[in-house]
Design a protein around this ligand. Structure first.
Ligand code: SF4
Length: 147
């Protein structure tokens, strides 16, 4: 798994200051994709050591670490989310371009599902097919934040 870049963002996950890491090698090929440069398998390897480096630099500034993409590399994604769970107190989020939830739902506090469909708009459009879920409680109940 590799990433193109990252940014600290305030809107993507409600009430969280989020380090959003843009993962490459996206398999979804959405029509009207806003980031086609993420389709190529290029960038910086995202490993446990790289996450440690990012957290050493930004860990005190953020409350959430969000994997932006990673569809098709689910095992790696879950392994890295588990690393965050084990070593840091930060919340974890996954922005997927597909409809499936991760098998290991306990590794995430937020999951966004759905590809980008130009005619239905992004996450905050009224007719969107995309949803952001908050995962809460010991039973990891799914709570939808946006319809
Ligand atoms: S999931 Fe995101 S990056 Fe991937 S093709 Fe769709 S819009 Fe582009």
């Amino acid at each position: 798994m590799k990433y193109y870049n990252y940014d600290i963002v305030f809107q993507e996950i409600p009430d969280e200051v989020t380090l959003a890491v843009n993962i490459t090698n996206c398999p979804n090929r959405c029509q009207g994709c806003h980031s086609p440069h993420l389709w190529e398998d290029t960038g910086i390897p995202l490993t446990e050591a790289e996450i440690d480096r990012l957290m050493a630099r930004y860990g005190t500034q953020i409350t959430c670490f969000c994997f932006m993409g990673g569809d098709g590399q689910m095992a790696e994604l879950e392994r890295l989310a588990a690393h965050l769970r084990q070593h840091y107190r930060v919340k974890t989020a996954w922005y997927s371009g597909q409809y499936d939830f991760p098998k290991r739902l306990e590794l995430f506090d937020f999951v966004k599902t759905g590809p980008y469909l130009r005619e239905r708009g992004g996450l905050k459009s009224p007719g969107t097919n995309q949803h952001l879920y908050r995962i809460e409680g010991a039973d990891r109940k799914i709570i939808m934040r946006f319809a």
